[in-house]
Write a protein of this length. Structure first.
Length: 533
C-alpha cells in the first residue's frame, strides 16, 4: 500500500503528462505482479464495490477522531472530499502497516459480508496503522470513488514502456470484462490466448473537435460527412453464433438490448460493427432522454421493448470475415459495411446505416450541419476517406463539428461547494426559469444544474454573493436570494416527466454571467419548451 500511495501522491502533485508517465512507469517496473493487476484495474475503473456506506464511514471516523459530529460535517463541507476529510481528522500514530495493495483490496472485498461491528473494528484498526496519504488512498478504495487525473491511455503508455509491450496491443488486452481478483498479470498482459478473443471489442477511435475554420481541412471531396448521432457509442460483435454488445465505457450491455440478438444467424460470424445505439419510435430517432429509460434498467421488460425500442445506426466496420480490417482505409471499410447492409436490409433487423455524404464545398457542409437538430443529431462527423481506424483520440483524420449550444437566461437559486481545488468555494449551481403558478403569478422553477464556464475570478465573486445572500441551508446545499442571471448553454432538450420543470436538458453549462440583466429578464419554462423540435 505504501508504494501505491506514493504513486497516487506523485500523480496528484503534477499536471505534467511526462511526470505522470514516468511515475507510473517506475511503479510498474517495481511493483509485484498482483499489485500491478490491481493498479491497472483501479486506473481503468474496475474497482471493488463499496463495502461500507458513507453514513457509517463518517460516523466511525468521527468516533475515532473524537470530535463533535457537527465539526466533522462542517469540515467535510469545506474540504469537499470525504476520504481527504477522514485522512485529515484521524490522528496519526506510530503504528505501521506492511500490507500490500492486493492484501488491502482482498480484505475490502471480504469486508462487504462482515457485520457492522466487524467493519467498524477493521476500519479503526487500519486507519490508525496508516500515515495521512496512505489513509487517504485506503479510504478512497473503501468508498469506491477513486478518481485521479490519469486517463487509461496515459496509464497504458506507461505500462507499455515498463513491460516493452506495444501500446495498441495493450489497449486491446485491457478491453473487455476481466476480473482483477481472478486474472494474473501474466494472463492479462503477457500471454496471448485465443479464448479471450471471442467477446473482445477493439479500442474505440475518437474524434477531435474542429479547431478554427472548417475550410482549413482542405478539399471537401477528400472527406466523408456524417451526422453525429446522440446515443450510445457501441461495438456489436458477432462471433461463433454469439453476440456481444459493448459500450464505449467498456461495459458489456448485451442484456440491455435484447432486440439486437436477432443479428445472430443473419449477420455473418466474424463481424464487428461500430455504431450508435439510438431510441427509435414510430420510425423516427428518439432523444437521448428516451434512451435513458433503457440505460438505467437492470432488466428489460417486454412492455419497455415495445414502448421504447432501439436500433443500431452503423457507421464503420472493424472486423469482417474474422479479419481485423482497421488498417484498411475508411472508404474500404465503409464500402464493406454498405455491402453488408444491402445483404440484410430486408431481414427486418433493428439495423440502419448512417448516411454519408461527399459534398463539394464547405458551405454545403455548413448547411448540412444546420440540419442536425432536425435530424436528431449533435452536429457532424468529418472523416478523411483514407483514414485507418486508430486507437483513442488522434488528431488529423476524424473531426467532430457540433452545433452551437441552445441558449437561455436563467436565475441562480441554489449552490453547493465544489470539489478539489474549488472545495472551499460554492461553484456547483442550480438554475431556475419563470413559470406561471396557476394563479397568474410568476414563480421560479428549477430546470438544470451546472458547475463550469466561469473564470476563477468570477467564481470567487459569485461565492462571495452566495455567502452573503444565503436564505436557508439544507446540508451542503444553500438556497440563495434570486438575483443573479446566467446564460446557460446545452446540447439538447426533451420533455421529461422526471423533472419538475417538465423538461430535461443535455450537457448544461454556464456560458457567461449576465451582469447586465435583472431576474425579470430571465427566460421562462415556456421559452425552453419552445426550443423542442
Amino acid at each position: 500500500m505504501k508504494n501505491f500511495a506514493n504513486l497516487i501522491k506523485a500523480l496528484d502533485s503534477s499536471n505534467k503528462t511526462t511526470v505522470k508517465v514516468d511515475a507510473l512507469t517506475e511503479y510498474f517496473k517495481n511493483a509485484s505482479p498482483e499489485d500491478k493487476v490491481w493498479t491497472i484495474a483501479i486506473l481503468s475503473h474496475r474497482r471493488p464495490s463499496r463495502p461500507v456506506n458513507t453514513t457509517l464511514l463518517r460516523l466511525w471516523a468521527n468516533e475515532l477522531a473524537n470530535i463533535p459530529l457537527w465539526l466533522f460535517e462542517e469540515s467535510y463541507h469545506i474540504v469537499g472530499d470525504l476520504a481527504e476529510t477522514i485522512a485529515l481528522i484521524i490522528p496519526t500514530t506510530k503504528e505501521h502497516s506492511e500490507k500490500s495493495l492486493t492484501e488491502y483490496l482482498q480484505e475490502i472485498i471480504a469486508l462487504k459480508k462482515k457485520t457492522d461491528e466487524e467493519k467498524r473494528a477493521y476500519l479503526h484498526e487500519n486507519w490508525l496503522a496508516l500515515n495521512y496519504y496512505e489513509r487517504f488512498v485506503f479510504t478512497k478504495l473503501i468508498t469506491g470513488s477513486f478518481r485521479i487525473g490519469v486517463s487509461q491511455k496515459l496509464m497504458t503508455r506507461a505500462l507499455s514502456k515498463a513491460e516493452n509491450v506495444d501500446e495498441d496491443a495493450l489497449a486491446y488486452k485491457l478491453m473487455g470484462n476481466w476480473d482483477p481478483n481472478k486474472v494474473t498479470f501474466q494472463e492479462l498482459i503477457l500471454d496471448e490466448k485465443s479464448s479471450d478473443y471471442l467477446s473482445k471489442p477493439y479500442p474505440f477511435y475518437l474524434a477531435y473537435p474542429i479547431e478554427g475554420e472548417v475550410s482549413s481541412l482542405g478539399n471537401p471531396n477528400d472527406w466523408s460527412i456524417e451526422h453525429k448521432w446522440d446515443g450510445i457509442r457501441s461495438q456489436t460483435i458477432i462471433r461463433e453464433n454469439e453476440i456481444f454488445v459493448w459500450s464505449r465505457g467498456e461495459e458489456l450491455v448485451t442484456d440491455k438490448y435484447p432486440e439486437l440478438s436477432a443479428f445472430v444467424g443473419i449477420i455473418p460470424n466474424g463481424t464487428v460493427i461500430d455504431a450508435e445505439i439510438l431510441a427509435f419510435q414510430d420510425g423516427e430517432i428518439g432523444t437521448f432522454n428516451d434512451l435513458q429509460t433503457r440505460i438505467g434498467r437492470k432488466t428489460t421488460s417486454s412492455v419497455l421493448l415495445k414502448s421504447n425500442p432501439v436500433i443500431l445506426k452503423a457507421y464503420d466496420l472493424l472486423e469482417w470475415n474474422g479479419e481485423d480490417i482497421r488498417t484498411k482505409s475508411y472508404e474500404e471499410r465503409r464500402n464493406l459495411l454498405e455491402r453488408l447492409f444491402e445483404s440484410v436490409k430486408d431481414k427486418n433487423l433493428p439495423f440502419y446505416l448512417s448516411d454519408r455524404k461527399i459534398l463539394n464545398s464547405w458551405d454545403e457542409v455548413a448547411t448540412e450541419r444546420l440540419r442536425a437538430r432536425e435530424m436528431r443529431s449533435e452536429g457532424l462527423m468529418i472523416k478523411h476517406k483514407n483514414s485507418t481506424y486508430q486507437v483513442g483520440r488522434k488528431k488529423g483524420d476524424w473531426w467532430k463539428w457540433k452545433l452551437e449550444p441552445l441558449v437561455i437566461d436563467a436565475v441562480l437559486t441554489y449552490a453547493m461547494r465544489g470539489s478539489g481545488r474549488r472545495s472551499n468555494l460554492f461553484t456547483d449551481y442550480t438554475f431556475a426559469l419563470w413559470q406561471d403558478n396557476g394563479k397568474g403569478e410568476p414563480e421560479l422553477v428549477t430546470f438544470a444544474k451546472a458547475y463550469s464556464g466561469l473564470t476563477d475570478a468570477e467564481f470567487r465573486k459569485v461565492d462571495d454573493f452566495i455567502k452573503k445572500n444565503t436564505i436557508d441551508k439544507f446540508g451542503p446545499v444553500r438556497s440563495v436570494t434570486p438575483e443573479l442571471v446566467f446564460e446557460i448553454g446545452f446540447e439538447g432538450i426533451a420533455l421529461s416527466k422526471r423533472h419538475k420543470s417538465g423538461v430535461a436538458t443535455r450537457f448544461p453549462r454556464i456560458l457567461r454571467w449576465r451582469t447586465d440583466k435583472k431576474i425579470e429578464d430571465a427566460n421562462s419554462i415556456e421559452d425552453l419548451k419552445a426550443m423542442i423540435l
